[in-house]
Design a protein around this ligand. Structure first.
Ligand code: GLU
Length: 303
């Protein structure tokens, strides 16, 4: 299968449509000014072959894609006890909802909604880690220096009232051990990490390699943990569209409001698509089309 020809074809077909449907996230200025006509795609096979096209080298705000990596760091550090305070079920509610959290006494449904990722951040702080450790982990996985966009981080902190509420709400139920300010610094920092499609396809490589490091370093997580992260991505990784993603694409995916989506074909490859205009669910509209097209061309799907 000529993967470069496939990503070239996807890009030639879809790039002209970039920005024609959906809206770029506008809740902070740094995201609102990203050009809607961007489209990038990159993939990396389990044995290190790479293919990329379009704006695959343009960095973007990874936003909620970071939730995947903070969970990974948490699993490395504390293993299964991660699940003492975080569930593993789809929420069926908006990613930043407070309502469900009240009914469920401050225990977030899963690590990929905001409350869940804030709870993961709390576990990381308890292990002496900060956003700097997450950036270091990503730099190691991607084989390139990764950084935080400080303008985005400052805006996230200045406007993240709902995240502040979620963190305090969980703390009121005794579900957050550390200072809310420190937990949120990590959370806002992780949302503000910038990476490009190539780097993300590489960094997520352990998910198609049974947990093995994409660059040949020490195992990132165990085979079992990698399988479980993939399961969570499939069921909870794309806001309220996980059912639709499973139906149309059939791959574990994690998306973010920066317009990036990371997808995994277990034992084969990892893929990252980016186009900043989002559909109403918060997923990249064109990114979703690109994944559909990729699966149609390659027949690669977990089903
Ligand atoms: N940074 C935003 C927040 O935490 C959005 C993250 C996302 O869903 O991509 O509210």
């Amino acid at each position: 299968m000529n993967l470069q020809a496939i990503v070239d074809e996807i890009t030639a077909t879809l790039r002209p449509q970039a920005g024609q449907q959906g809206q770029v996230a506008s809740y902070i200025p740094a995201l609102a000014r990203v050009r809607a006509d961007r489209f990038g795609i990159a993939l990396r096979t389990f044995d290190g072959l790479e293919a990329a096209a379009g704006d695959s080298d343009v960095p973007f705000s990874i936003q909620s894609v970071s939730k995947l990596f903070s969970l990974t760091l948490g699993l490395q550090l504390i293993g299964e006890s991660m699940w003492d305070r975080i569930g593993r079920e789809p929420s069926g509610n908006p990613f930043n909802s407070l309502v469900q959290l009240e009914r469920e006494e401050g225990k977030p449904r899963n690590p990929f909604i905001n409350a869940g990722s804030i709870a993961v951040a709390d576990r990381l702080i308890s292990q002496g880690r900060t956003e700097i450790d997450l950036v270091a982990m990503l730099s190691d996985l991607a084989g390139a220096p990764i950084d935080i966009d400080e303008e985005v981080a400052a805006s996230e902190a200045a406007t993240g009232f709902r995240n502040v509420a979620l963190a305090n709400f969980m703390k009121s139920f005794g579900q957050i051990d550390n200072e809310v300010a420190a937990v949120l610094r990590l959370y806002f920092g992780q949302c503000s990490i910038r990476m490009n499609c190539r780097q993300l396809a590489r960094a997520a490589g352990y998910l198609c390699r049974d947990g093995a490091h994409p660059g040949g370093g020490a195992a990132v997580v165990s085979e079992r943990q990698a399988r479980r992260v993939n399961a969570l991505m499939l069921t909870c990784g794309t806001y309220d569209m996980a059912g639709e993603f499973a139906y149309l694409i059939g791959l574990p995916c994690k998306s973010g409001v920066g317009g990036g989506i990371v997808a995994v074909v277990p034992d084969r490859l990892t893929l990252c698509v980016w186009s900043p205009a989002l559909d109403v669910s918060g997923n990249s509209w064109l990114g979703m089309r690109a994944l559909e097209m990729f699966v149609a061309r390659t027949g690669l799907s977990v089903f």
